[in-house]
Design a binder for this molecule. Structure first.
Ligand SMILES: [Zn+2]
Ligand SMILES: [Zn+2]
Length: 214
């Protein structure tokens, strides 16, 4: 069985997102997804709550601000401290039973890891729908993943509802979170997606700007 999962979604528990938790499933289903990973910046409360209470596949995750750049952790049950080195961050994720994804490895303006990605990671997010410049990021991400021989995944990095599902990972697994992350780290997955359309992106910028003002 193949599941279509957006592995990178921010709710409004992230300071820079306007997605209400109750909107996540609406847009995920509207865009034909089988599941999402909730990955708020350095916070896991919403992800855990949704994974427990939502009648839809939710993988609990977190986007950690490590000293060297952003790192996604999937399938963890407790927060991971920010501002550790990338190496310590990945070790911590593994010790908690999660998998580590190098997100938007080369995107500008995002706190990217760049050359700090090692084969200790379980996957590289080669498609991040909000990465800039998009085509360059995809190409470079693929290069890094194939050099390190690790899995390639995709996520929207949505901060606004309509962005959910713009990019997604097709995972060869049943709908069990443990099995899904195992399949990903074994490379039984494929990245798909495109850049967030400009009009949607502008709308997002406006809404996030308003939120930060209020
Ligand atoms: Zn990020
Ligand atoms: Zn993100």
């Amino acid at each position: 069985m193949h599941l279509k999962i957006d592995l990178h979604v921010h709710t409004n528990y992230s300071y820079d997102s306007v997605i209400k938790p109750e909107e996540v499933v609406f847009y995920a289903q509207k865009h034909g997804l089988d599941g999402v990973a909730i990955t708020d910046h350095d916070k896991i409360d919403c992800a855990l709550k949704m994974a427990k209470e939502t009648n839809f596949l939710v993988i609990p995750g977190i986007e950690i601000s490590s000293l060297d750049g952003h790192v996604l952790a999937l399938n963890i049950q407790e927060p991971i401290p920010k501002e550790l080195s990338v190496d310590e961050t990945v070790d911590k994720i593994h010790s908690l039973g999660g998998i580590a994804v190098a997100c938007h490895p080369t995107s500008l303006f995002k706190g990217s890891l760049g050359e700090q990605i090692s084969s200790k990671f379980d996957a590289v997010e080669v498609i991040n729908a909000s990465a800039f410049p998009f085509n360059y990021s995809v190409k470079h991400g693929q290069k890094i993943a194939s050099r390190l021989e690790i899995a390639q995944v995709a996520g929207s990095d949505a901060h606004y509802g309509p962005e959910i599902g713009c990019a997604y990972t097709l995972v060869n697994a049943e709908s069990e979170v443990e099995e899904i992350v195992k399949s990903i780290s074994n490379g039984l997955c494929q990245p798909f997606g495109k850049a967030i359309p400009l009009t949607v992106r502008l709308k997002r910028e406006l809404l996030v700007f308003k939120r930060k003002l209020s």
